[in-house]
Ligand binder design. Structure first.
Ligand code: RB5
Length: 146
C-alpha cells in the first residue's frame, strides 16, 4: 500500500532517529525521499530542511519529517517555505491536535529532547490522525498563507 511520499531530513543531531523512523514510515506504507544528512558528521540543518520543505510545498512529496537536536531549527526553516505547516511535536497529544487543527504537513522532532520510543509513538499518531476539516480551522490555515 503506497500512501504517498515523505520528504525526510535531519542534521547530524537527528541522523540516528531519521534512519530508524524511515523504517517506521515504510512499515506504515509511505515512501521516503531522503534529503540528508548522510551520516553523523556535522552538517548545517538549514539547507537540508529547506530542501525537504520545498519538496512538500511543490507537491513532489505529500509529507515531511524533519529532525535536529531540538527540532527548533528545522521548524524555523521549514515554516519559511510557503505552503508548509511544520509542527514541532514534543508528544503524542501535540501530534494529534496539530493534524486535526493545523493540518500540519511536516512533523518535526528533536532527537536530543525526546526518547526514541516517544518519538516513534509521536510519529505514528501524526500519520494516523486526519485533519478535522472544520470550517474554522480551514479559515485559520488559509490566513497563515495570506
Ligand atoms: C546542532 O548542534 C543543533 O544546534 C541542531 O541540531 C538543532 O538543535 C538546531 O535547532
Amino acid at each position: 500500500m503506497n500512501k504517498g511520499k515523505v520528504a525526510v531530513g535531519s542534521d547530524h543531531a537527528g541522523y540516528e532517529y531519521k534512519e530508524k523512523l524511515k523504517d517506521v514510515l515504510t512499515e506504515l506504507g509511505y515512501a521516503c525521499e531522503d534529503f540528508g544528512a548522510a551520516s553523523t558528521a556535522s552538517v548545517d540543518y538549514p539547507s537540508i530542511g529547506r530542501g525537504a520543505a520545498e519538496a512538500v510545498a511543490s507537491g513532489q512529496c505529500q509529507w515531511g519529517l524533519l529532525i535536529c537536536g531540538t527540532g527548533v531549527g528545522m521548524a524555523m526553516v521549514a515554516n519559511r517555505v510557503k505552503g508548509v505547516r511544520a509542527a514541532l511535536c514534543y508528544n503524542e497529544e501535540v501530534a494529534g491536535v496539530t493534524r486535526e487543527h493545523n493540518d500540519a504537513n511536516v512533523i518535526v522532532l528533536g532527537q536530543r529532547t525526546m526518547g526514541l520510543q516517544e518519538a516513534e509513538k509521536t510519529l505514528r499518531v501524526f500519520f494516523a490522525t486526519e485533519f478535522s476539516g472544520d470550517e474554522r480551522h480551514i479559515r485559520r490555515i488559509a490566513a497563515i498563507d495570506e
